[in-house]
Ligand binder design. Structure first.
Ligand code: HEM
Length: 412
């Protein structure tokens, strides 16, 4: 590691989930943007020396658009994959073996394979059914007093959409939800006594995916799993670890992110009643308000890259092999782009500039789908229950990667 030009000492433990348990450390991010926009963060793990923390909107876009210098494949897209002496390489291959952990040209081959399911036309075709599902979910809570918004509403919609797209049977949906919940809880993942449980959870998910693939190869259908099962790359079927990786990516990326943005969106409306009123008076603001929710919540906290050669960012030397971590929550409050970024404003003129979906090569493939779910949910919710609001603080999922909320009590 070369000496950082912005050296302000160790100010906060961004590598620990405990730092995020009351929400993202926005004050620390603000200080970093001002005093050390390319900040060397030491790590508490013996096998990982540290990472460069990127907190500026502009730098995160540059890095995301240069996948050959800042790789997702070398070292993966998570801050750590665990101790290389201990972790099974086959497990790592399955966990990161999907398009999010690839660089060009492989990345484009795999992205193109599933892209037709995510075109604007394909997404629009889901809108009517999605609206009916939202209405059903809202009907189900009509006579409830106080209830958990996460279990009744926000986790239900993305799970339903994803399972419909992928062709996952009704009977398997609750189990998928529980497995995904366990795998995104960092306190479970970091507990050595629970390492076998985590491993079994992965195995169970992979088995569900493999069973579906086998079935779709025998009896092709028109769902996304059938597309993947029957795609040939270079004349052959996809290798099993890629199929595992694809299934895992979809069930985590498609579920958690949208769910947490919806929950955070309701918190934003509760904390800002004047913004809710604006939206009720002028429903045409809903698409912009959706982007503002995505920005304000930033449900994916970071993704990582690894430098493939000696390079520089903002004049700071970055050595080949250095880890670079992009803090999206910070970019989304960067004062160079967003005025008073800590405020939630449904009519913010440039809300769309948020980086909640990342940028560049790996820009979220599900961005239109995620946006549409959030938009339809709040369109319907505000018509039906204009006063629905939270009555308690959120219970957060321990993680420095996904801004998860497992409970938010609300009343209509
Ligand atoms: C609010 C909702 C969502 C948020 C905040 C979100 C966030 C992100 C981010 C930040 C990335 C960039 C990864 C990187 O640069 O390494 C990403 C990639 C991805 N997301 Fe999403 N996502 C959301 C919804 C979805 C949905 C609904 C799906 C699918 C059903 C999905 C599927 C994917 C996939 C497949 C990638 C990888 C794309 C690639 O590697 O080319 N996401 N997402």
């Amino acid at each position: 590691m070369t000496k950082p030009i912005f050296d302000i000492g160790q100010i906060c433990e961004l590598d620990k989930w405990e730092t995020f348990i009351n929400g993202q450390p926005f004050d620390t991010f603000k200080r970093l943007r001002k005093e050390a926009p390319i900040y060397w963060h030491e790590e508490s793990l013996e096998f990982e020396p540290g990472f460069w923390a990127l907190t500026k909107h502009e730098d995160i876009i540059k890095v995301s658009k240069d996948p050959l210098t800042f790789s997702s494949a070398v070292g993966g897209h998570l801050m750590t994959m665990g101790d290389p002496e201990v972790v099974d390489p086959a497990a790592v291959a399955a966990i990161i073996g999907n398009m999010i952990g690839m660089d060009p040209p492989d990345h484009q081959i795999y992205r193109k394979m599933v892209a037709p399911s995510f075109t604007p036309k394909a997404i629009r075709s889901l809108e009517d059914d999605m609206r009916l599902k939202v209405r059903e979910l809202l009907d189900n809570v009509s006579d409830k007093g106080e209830f958990n918004f996460v279990t009744e509403i926000s986790e239900q919609l993305p799970l339903w959409v994803l399972c419909e797209m992928m062709g996952i049977e009704d009977s398997q949906r609750p189990r998928i939800r529980d497995l995904v919940n366990n795998l995104t809880d960092a306190s479970i993942n970091a507990d050595p006594d629970k390492s076998m449980q985590v491993w079994f959870n992965y195995m169970e998910l992979f088995k569900m995916g493999r069973d579906m693939i086998e079935e779709r190869r025998k009896n092709p259908t028109d769902d996304l799993m059938s597309v993947v099962a029957n795609t040939k790359v270079e004349g052959g079927e996809l290798p099993p670890e890629l199929l595992d990786g694809f299934f895992l990516l979809m069930v985590i990326a498609g579920n958690e992110t949208t769910r947490n943005t919806i929950t955070g969106g309701l918190m934003a409306l509760t904390e800002n009643p004047e913004e809710r009123d604006k939206l009720i008076k002028d429903p045409s603001l809903i698409a912009n308000a959706t982007d503002e929710m995505l920005r304000w919540v930033t449900s994916v906290i970071y993704f990582r890259r690894t430098a493939t050669k000696d390079t520089q960012i903002r004049g700071q030397d970055i050595k080949k092999g250095d880890k670079v971590v992009m803090w999206y929550g910070s970019a989304n409050r960067d004062e160079d782009v967003f005025e008073d970024g800590h405020l939630f404003q449904v009519d913010r003129p440039n809300a769309k500039k948020h980086l909640a979906f990342g940028a560049g090569e790996h820009l979220c493939l599900g961005n239109r789908l995620g946006h549409m779910q959030i938009r339809i949910l709040f369109e319907e919710l505000l018509q039906r229950y204009p006063n629905m609001h939270s009555t308690s603080d959120p219970v957060r999922v321990p993680s420095n990667f996904l801004a998860g909320i497992s409970e938010l009590k609300v009343t209509i």
